[in-house]
Design a protein around this ligand. Sequence first.
Ligand SMILES: Nc1nc2c(ncn2[C@@H]2O[C@H](COP(=O)(O)OP(=O)(O)OP(=O)(O)O)[C@@H](O)[C@H]2O)c(=O)[nH]1
Ligand SMILES: [Mg+2]
Length: 384
Amino acid sequence: MPTNLPAEARHKLAEYQSARTIEEKIEVLKEALSLIPDHKGTEKLRRQLRKRLAELRDELEERRVRRAGGGASEFSVKKEGWVQAAFIGITNSGKSSLLQALTGAPSPVADYPFTTQRPFLGMMNYSGCEIQLVDLPSLLTEEFRETGLASKSIGVARNSDLLIVVLDASRDPVKQFEAIESLLEEYGITLRKKSFELEIEKKDSGGLRMVIMGSVEGGYEAVKNLVTSLGIKSAVIKISGDVRLDELEEELIRRPEYKRSLFIVNKSDLNEAQADRAVKELEERGFRAIKASAHNGGVEQLKQRIFEALEMIRVYTRREGQVSEKPLLLKRGATVYDLAEKIHREFAERLKYARVWGSSAKIQGERVGHDHVLMDGDIVEIHL
Ligand SMILES: Nc1nc2c(ncn2[C@@H]2O[C@H](COP(=O)(O)OP(=O)(O)OP(=O)(O)O)[C@@H](O)[C@H]2O)c(=O)[nH]1
Ligand SMILES: [Mg+2]
């Protein structure tokens, strides 16, 4: 991260993080870009900001079309409350073939590049759960360069709960992985879980207050200097975990968004050894990976790995003594309140208490409040 940026540019970038509407974000980004001098040291940052700007403009356009009653454009994907996973990768890696194999949805497949030009949806069933899969136009060309539709695809992927990165075992999968990771990084998405957490609440007055749980390179003084250099004078800052100063600056300026991922090394039938090597390499780097062949089955295992990668829990509801057949999917750590909200906004507001059976209950049928944390397989009866 260029520490030698002019102060105004740094202030603008920090301001971007607290911008709320898309219009506001676009405005601040444009201003920030105009304040960053054009030279080698700032090249990467400028490229990243321009990409974010392009993505925001797409999003705005999408909204305008929808508001004007023109219906959704062919690129819009409605999430409709489903848990969703998006396929991304290099062209011809077999994304559409995998979507078909996993959901039966007819997403066009062909042996030439760029067959998929808009999102295709399919519904995957896994032990009673329905998970929406989205097939997307490829991010990389056969030469591993960014495609024209990459920014739109990433825009959809950003709203998904999981990125399924499909690598082609017959074409240097590890190099594909590196190209995709760095492209995502340019769009402000990281696949690596952060080792720390930063919360910053800006205030109108009162100076800087800091709570550090863990270790920050340089300690309080260094954090204070960094924050001040970004034009933030009053704020409550909480940092937990261990963090270096450059990571903290990156977080304050660009706030990369973490996305869960699963790598599928496809076409393993064409190069088994290379697929195995890629899976091993990815696992060593801390990622989830599995080899596959869209032509040779193994669908159940793929489904299971997708489900695991989502890191969700299955919760059943009980009404008048009857337990629902299908579970609802909730994020790990979800509470009774989250469950009620998932069923209906109004439910959450009227929620009085719940009874719980399953691993999270101390005694079966235990009466619990809003903030009771649920576990996989729990059965919950909601009382309004
Ligand atoms: N041998 C082999 N061929 C595969 C496999 N999966 C897909 N293919 C073939 O690879 C070609 C591309 O597959 P698609 O599913 O269209 O690939 P895509 O990633 O959706 O590609 P685009 O949408 O065109 O960017 C097709 O000819 C598929 O039949 C696989 O596991 N093994
Ligand atoms: Mg396709």
